[in-house]
Structure formats: C-alpha cells, structure tokens
Design a protein around this ligand. Structure first.
Ligand code: ARG
Length: 468
C-alpha cells in the first residue's frame, strides 16, 4: 500500500477497476500547456515544505531531500532533459512523481496538507503576478517612447479630427499625450489587479482546509504574497483575478488598437503624416510599390483575440458551483495567450514608436485645409464683444465664401473679412494661423506647446514614481 503512488501511474488509481482510456487521458491532460508553470510550482512546493518542517510535520531531513530533488528537477527542466508524461496528467503530478523517483518517501510526503486544487491556484497567481510586473514594466517603456516622441513634436502642427473631419489644429505632441494618459490608466488597472492576484490560496487544500497545524501566513511571506485568501472554498474555485487581468489586458489592447488604426491611417499615401521604419512593415508579392503596416494591423487583429479570451474565462466561471471543478483547468490557455499577446505587443510597440518618422510639413499642410481655425475666428469676434452664437453664424458665412472661392480663411484679404463684421481688424491673422490657434489653447490639458511640455514633465514624474 505504501508503494501505491510509485507502482500505479495515477495518484488515485487504487479506487479504480480499469485504467483511463487513451482518449480520456489526452482529453483531460493539461501538461502540454501547464508545464510552463513548472518554475512557480516548484517555488510554491518549496515554501510549503519549508512551512511543514517548521510546524513539525516534515523532518529536517525530508526538507533537505525535497530541496535537493527540486534543484535536480529545475536543472533537468532548464536543460530540456525532464521527461514530461501525459500519463501524469499535469505539471504538478509530473514534478511530484519525478521528485519521488529521485528522493523516495520524502517526495511522497510533500503533498501533505495540500491538494492540487490549492496548488494550482497558487501557481497561477504566482505566474500571473510575474506577468503583471513584466507588463507594467513594458507599459512604462511604451509611455517613455511616446513621451520622447511627444517632446520632439511639442510644436509640430497637425489637424485634430472629430468624425474624422478636420476640426481644429493641434500639436502632434498633444495627440501622442492622449495615448500616454490611456496607457497610464492601463498601468493603474494592472497595479490594482495585482493586489487581488497577490493572495495565497495554499492551505485551502481540496476545499475545506486541512487537519494539519499549518502556518499559512508563513508561506504567504515566503512567496511574497500580501496575505492569504480568507475562505478555503473561494481560494480554490474562483478565477476572478485572472478574469480581471484579461479585462485590464482587453482595455489596454483596445487602446493599442486605436493607436494602430491611427498609425495605419497616418501612413497611408493619401494622408502621409508618418512613416514607420521598414522593419515593422512588409511588401507585397505582387505590387512592388507597397509598404504595408503589418505590425499595427496585426495588433488591431490580436485585440479581438484577447477580447475572446476574456469572454472565454467569464463563460468558464459562470456556471460553476463551489468549489473546484475541472472546468478550471481551461483557465490556462486563454490566460497564457492573453499574457503572451500583451507582452509581445507592448514590446514591439515600444520599438515601433521609437522608429516613427514624422512628416511635419504634410501634417501642417493638412491643418490649414478644412478651415481648422474657424473656431478661432469665432472666439476672436467674441473677444471683441459679439455673442458666441452670432459670431458662429458670421464665421459660417466667411467659411462658405472661402470655400466657394477655393481659399483658406487666412487667405481672405482683410477687406473681404471686414465685410462680415466691422469688428475684424489686422490682428485677426494672428488667430487664423494654426500656430496662433494652438498657442492660444494655453491651459492645463490644452494643446499649446507650452502646455504640452508641462504635461510631458508631469507624465515623466508620474512614470518615475509609479514604475514597478
Ligand atoms: N490540472 C488541474 C487544473 O489545472 C489541477 C487541479 C486538479 N484538481 C483536481 N481535483 N483534479 O486545474
């Protein structure tokens, strides 16, 4: 009986009359994808064993043997020599079996006061915590890249759009800062999600806790958790922390996707505001002139895939009674793929933003089309005493005349402008230029170059203090 675990392949097999069918084995096994948890699985096991020894459940010799065995296993995995077995279902049983092969009975004692249910929940949390930290780091770098570009273009004029129609002149730096704000909120969301990820499930055992005199706080400290999960049933069953991460990742990808869409529009020959470095683009096999913005297009596409993972996890949880159900094994692939997609996207975007070439002349030219300074003329008349609604009407007439005669507002001679209102004087031309227009939006959050520079400085300070 004591040899049960080493003789049979499945840890539970004494109760069964026939082995699991091959089909079922493949259907239920998760080792192909959960083996990437090996490192955190071992880390969790070592903290658990250390605690068991401290409370007198394991001997010092057992602990020493476990540590030695785990070191060997880590090396085997790192060198690609570890043999993963589908028969052993998942990462946890694979490692435990190898440990027992290496060190005998001490290996079999490791699973005292623990279940795979609290073990896997701990592993995912440890793994996700690392992923969140990596994402936050990459997100900070992306913000730095945007800030560097914004600084370079604090004075660069471009048209601002609403409804994709030219609206008012803005600075390119100001436009980029909008994304810095979005990504700063994404970083906050990740940091907030981390708080709830960083709780220890171990000690919940299968679902109800354990009869051993465990010290959960000690394990939590060893593993760097902020505290323990309060309720054992909740600890083994809920994956809301993974859902939260996927939700934060979805919002982040939504922002990346909007930026991608703009990069694609800006790079089209029609618009021609920017050029992306060649290493982020591909050509066409048939049209020699093509340079396609593949990276932003793919990021836009991958956003849908991340949303899909969020839906998958929400749906995975919604029908599960307490506590652990095997459904939860399905949490890993969507979570892993979300993290991989996010991390790769952030990494490539930082590099890509750093390589954006801005065609400032094209941007400025576009800002002088479409009567982008019409609002400035209206505001000018208001400053001269006219009610805004009246001035709005007057400017609409001026825009019509300019449009009909193929000229911009700034190209109308003073006499023609004065026909619309005697309040118009020589000083009107200062507000009709895009430079005058942006400079006059001179308050916190506005597009004036001075404000852009101040906003960049504040964002840099925030990044310096927030960075993980
Ligand atoms: N591979 C399983 C998972 O990912 C580990 C937990 C298995 N627990 C169980 N009672 N079968 O969820």
């Amino acid at each position: 009986m004591t040899d049960q675990f080493s003789k049979k392949t499945e840890a539970w097999s004494a109760r069964f009359n026939e082995p699991v069918s091959e089909l079922v084995k493949r259907y239920t096994a998760s080792v192909d994808f959960d083996k990437r948890l090996a490192d955190v699985d071992i880390e969790g096991s070592l903290a658990h064993a250390e605690m068991l020894q401290a409370v007198g459940v394991l001997t010092a010799d057992d602990l020493a043997a476990i540590r030695g065995g785990m070191k060997t296993i880590r090396d085997e995995i790192a060198n690609g020599r570890f043999i993963w077995s589908l028969d052993l279902e998942d990462v946890h049983l694979n490692i435990e079996k190898r440990l027992t092969d290496l060190i005998g009975d001490a290996g079999k004692r490791l699973h005292t006061a623990r279940s795979r249910n609290d073990q896997v929940a701990t592993d995912i949390r440890l793994w996700l915590r690392g992923t969140i930290d990596e994402s936050r780091h990459l997100l900070a770098q992306l913000q730095q890249a945007l800030l560097d570009l914004a600084e370079e273009h604090a004075d660069t004029i471009m048209p601002g759009f609403t409804h994709l129609q030219v609206a008012q002149p803005i600075t390119f730096g100001h436009h980029l800062l909008a994304y810095v704000e979005m990504f700063a909120r994404d970083a906050e969301r990740l940091a907030d999600c981390r708080k709830r990820v960083n709780r220890l499930p171990l000690g919940a055992a299968a679902l109800a806790g354990t009869t051993y005199p465990i010290d959960r706080e000690r394990v939590a400290r060893t593993l760097g958790f902020d505290g323990v999960c309060e309720n054992s049933l909740d600890a083994v069953s809920d994956r809301d922390f993974a859902i939260e991460f996927c939700a934060a990742a979805s919002v982040l990808m939504m922002h990346v996707s909007r930026l991608s869409e703009e990069l694609i529009i800006w790079m089209s020959a029609r618009v021609g505001f920017i050029d992306l470095a060649d290493r982020f683009c591909t050509g066409s096999s048939i049209m020699p002139q093509k340079k396609n913005p593949d990276v932003p297009e793919l990021a836009r596409g991958k956003t849908g895939r991340v949303y899909g993972h969020l839906m998958a996890l929400l749906t995975l949880m919604k029908g599960q009674p307490l506590a652990y159900n095997k459904d939860n094994q399905e949490d890993k692939e969507p979570l892993f793929d979300t993290a991989d997609t996010l991390v790769e996207t952030l990494r490539i975007f930082t590099d890509m933003v750093g390589g954006i070439r801005v065609k400032a002349d094209r941007m400025r030219a576009a800002a002088t089309e479409g009567f982008a300074t019409a609002t400035d003329l209206a505001d000018y008349l208001v400053r001269k005493g006219l009610p805004f609604r009246d001035s709005h009407e007057i400017v609409a007439h001026a825009v019509r005349l300019a449009g009909d005669s193929g000229r911009d507002l700034a190209e109308l001679p003073l006499a023609e402008l004065q026909a619309f209102s005697p309040l118009i004087a020589e000083d009107v031309f200062a507000v009709l230029t895009p430079e005058g227009s942006v400079a006059s939006r001179n308050h916190r959050g506005g597009t004036a170059p001075d404000q852009v520079r101040q906003a960049i400085a504040r964002a840099r300070t925030r990044l310096g203090t927030d960075s993980p």
